[in-house]
Write a protein that binds this ligand. Structure first.
Ligand SMILES: Cc1cc2nc3c(=O)[nH]c(=O)nc-3n(C[C@H](O)[C@H](O)[C@H](O)COP(=O)(O)O)c2cc1C
Length: 223
């Protein structure tokens, strides 16, 4: 009888212990998931601010977004979010997510910031990419400043045939022994500008007064 009571008591204690422990684990997971999501958003906001300098806008980039359907010029196969920068409520710039499909190691995903006047404010490769270390990976700002060569370039200050690597008669340097990677990215950025040029009115909504400011200097910081 006493043994039976003791077993029942211990079972209840163990059951309660299991319920409390499970509850604590669930609570911790929910709390951590929120923190992870917050940290991700902060990292994204910081990355976006490298592409369009904060002096050019006064809104929250993560809150002014537009969804862009899959598009060949952007190399995208699914809906992607674009981030709109505004100053005094006038469109100042946009950050597009695009893909250069013809990298040496496969597709190269990148972000391109474009001012309302069509000039590039910055380009950064979105990891991971599969270009070869020491050859194609110079597209990464951590490895070289090459990606900054897009800053200030536009469809107005470069002719279509100049949107190529020098080896192909264009304006952009290639890397020693690695032409495929920079060729892919130059083509990808050019096509993103063409996309923006065709769609800027719909991307920026109904507003037609664009805030145009001088192209910012290179920041030299990495994404
Ligand atoms: C193992 C290996 C890895 C390579 N990785 C790259 C790379 O990441 N990016 C690149 O542009 N070329 C890379 N190359 C070189 C290309 O094959 C090609 O020779 C180079 O891009 C020059 O191209 P071009 O003949 O069109 O100028 C690699 C070559 C080898 C053998």
């Amino acid at each position: 009888m006493i043994l039976g009571q003791s077993i029942r008591k211990n079972s209840i204690i163990m059951g309660l212990f299991a319920i409390i422990t499970t509850g604590l684990i669930v609570l911790t997971q929910v709390g951590t998931a929120d923190q992870i999501e917050f940290a991700k958003r902060q990292a994204l906001e910081k990355a976006l601010q490298e592409i369009v300098p904060t002096s050019l806008f006064d809104n929250r980039l993560l809150e002014d977004t537009v969804e862009i359907a899959a598009n060949k010029q952007l190399g995208s196969k699914k809906i992607r979010t674009a981030y709109i920068a505004t100053k005094d409520n006038a469109p100042a710039a946009i950050i597009l997510q695009a893909t250069a499909p013809e990298g040496y190691g496969g597709s190269i995903h990148f972000l391109v910031g474009i001012q309302a006047d069509g000039a590039v404010t910055g380009v950064r490769v979105v990891p991971p990419h599969f270009e070869t270390p020491g050859l194609g990976d110079k597209i990464d700002l951590a490895k070289s400043n090459w990606i900054l060569s897009f800053n200030g370039k536009s469809l107005t200050n470069l002719e279509p045939e100049q949107w190529k690597v020098k080896k192909d008669g264009g304006q952009f340097d290639a890397f020693t022994g690695a032409t495929i990677t920079p060729r892919a990215l130059v083509d990808g950025v050019h096509k993103s500008l063409l996309y923006f040029d065709e769609h800027k009115l719909s991307l920026f909504g109904t507003q037609t007064t664009f805030s145009v400011t001088a192209t910012p200097p290179d920041t030299g910081t990495s994404l």
